[in-house]
Design a protein around this ligand. Structure first.
Ligand code: SF4
Ligand code: SF4
Length: 108
């Protein structure tokens, strides 16, 4: 379940809280992410079936520039893009190095 940006949705707290329909996990994730992203994220916003699913997605990932770019280019993730690593991706993987490592693995 590697997202367009390289994040692993199957390990994501929002994905796990949704799949387990766990209200405590939703609350914990909302608190953690609010602090981490310096934004007010509510527990009822913690609902996601993964970046590539047709179902519900966390609003930030649903509106993500990288996701939109991959869809426009018709690539499965940034590792398959001819412009890898572009500025947008570079800024993102500075904040989320695990996504960068996953994409680098996919390039091999
Ligand atoms: S798309 Fe959903 S599961 Fe994937 S990283 Fe974003 S919030 Fe987590
Ligand atoms: S241009 Fe950048 S964000 Fe868009 S698909 Fe390529 S590497 Fe990803």
């Amino acid at each position: 379940m590697i997202a367009y940006c390289g994040l692993n949705c199957s390990k994501c707290d929002a994905y796990l809280a949704t799949q387990e329909n766990d209200e405590v996990k939703r609350e914990e994730t909302a608190k953690k992410w609010s602090k981490m992203y310096r934004a007010e994220i509510k527990a009822d916003q913690i609902n996601c079936n993964g970046c590539k699913s047709n179902g519900v997605k966390f609003f930030h990932c649903n509106n993500c520039d990288i996701r939109a770019c991959c869809l426009e280019k018709g690539v499965g993730n940034c590792a398959a893009c001819e412009d890898y690593i572009c500025k947008t991706l570079s800024e993102f993987i500075t904040l989320a190095p695990e996504a960068g490592r996953a994409l680098a693995q996919l390039r091999i």
